[in-house]
Design a protein around this ligand. Structure first.
Ligand SMILES: NC(=O)c1ccc[n+]([C@@H]2O[C@H](COP(=O)([O-])OP(=O)(O)OC[C@H]3O[C@@H](n4cnc5c(N)ncnc54)[C@H](OP(=O)(O)O)[C@@H]3O)[C@@H](O)[C@H]2O)c1
Length: 257
């Protein structure tokens, strides 16, 4: 962890899919900013090692880092596992719904089971995570839900039709949740990353304006702390390009992505 470790403040964040990539980088970034953490993913051994790494890096004995194994595809377990984690942490302030997968899928090649699996994780698993957090925040009277969607929700990417559909679906779910939950004092932030260098896709570093997971995490946590409704990561140049993305002719877009 770079810079001086900060002393814990009283805010707690839970992150799904914290064992790798953006989720792992978010865990370090929130820790650097003084948050207590609840980390979930399927690989408990990786989370155990991550907890030790973060505790050693921040050198703060007052810091709480609780971990839980959670497979968001096991829909009926999402709510009880998360509620148990929230209780162990004494209640939470921010829930980051980040766990997700990508897969190359082709339209018309009989890939439907692969596509169904992707929708299960990125849409149903994400919705179940949002739902559990919303129930917790309604009971507490406040909270912030953050969904890691994607700029793939804005413009279709060839060979990623199922992924784009999953993120478009999740973005719309978050938008409706934001409107629905506002009067319960719960804010909802949709984060739309461009391309972030993680293991989610081979050779992702070759995609336009790809950034490190650490840069994505820094920008994401700032957007979360500013309670943005929708945040684009990295901000430059995607915030400038986003309004035009749907205007780019398909023939040109095919060459860019
Ligand atoms: N990288 C990008 O360019 C990019 C761009 C836009 C949006 N995103 C989104 O950002 C999020 C994180 O992606 P990433 O790039 O960091 O991917 P990653 O490096 O592959 O990490 C994915 C994380 O999700 C967890 N996960 C996967 N399936 C799960 C399941 N069924 N239940 C619980 N956890 C599960 C993995 O942990 P375990 O394997 O231990 O369960 C891992 O911690 C995803 O929602 C992705 O769609 C990424």
């Amino acid at each position: 962890m770079s810079n001086l470790p900060r002393i814990a403040h009283n805010k707690t964040v839970v992150i799904t899919g914290a064992s790798a990539g953006i989720g792992r980088a978010l865990a370090f970034e929130f820790a650097r900013r003084g948050y207590h953490l609840g980390l979930t993913a399927r690989r408990l051994d990786v989370l155990t090692a991550l907890r030790e790494e973060i505790l050693a890096a921040c050198g703060d004995s007052t810091r709480t880092i609780a971990i839980s194994a959670l497979d968001v595809d096991q829909t009926e377990t999402v709510e009880p596992v998360l509620q148990a984690l929230f209780a162990r942490l004494g209640g939470i302030d921010i829930m980051v719904v980040n766990a997700g997968v990508n897969a190359i899928t082709s339209v018309g090649k009989g890939d439907i089971l692969k596509q169904k699996q992707l929708i299960m994780t990125n849409v149903i698993g994400a919705m179940a995570s949002v739902d559990a957090a919303a129930a917790h925040f309604i009971a507490r009277g406040a909270g912030q839900i953050v969904g890691i969607s994607s700029l793939a929700a804005v413009k279709g990417i060839p060979k990623q039709a199922a992924y784009c559909a999953s993120k478009a679906g999740f973005s719309m779910y978050l938008e409706a949740a934001r409107i629905e939950l506002k009067r319960k004092h719960i804010s909802v932030t949709t984060i739309m990353p461009g391309f972030v260098i993680t293991d989610i896709m081979p050779h992702i570093e070759k995609y336009p304006f790809a950034v490190s997971a650490e840069q994505a995490a820094r920008e994401t946590v700032t957007l979360i702390e500013n309670k943005k409704a929708v945040g684009i990561v990295p901000g430059y140049p995607w915030r400038l390009l986003r309004p035009f993305m749907r205007l780019i002719p398909d023939s040109l877009w095919r060459k860019l992505v």
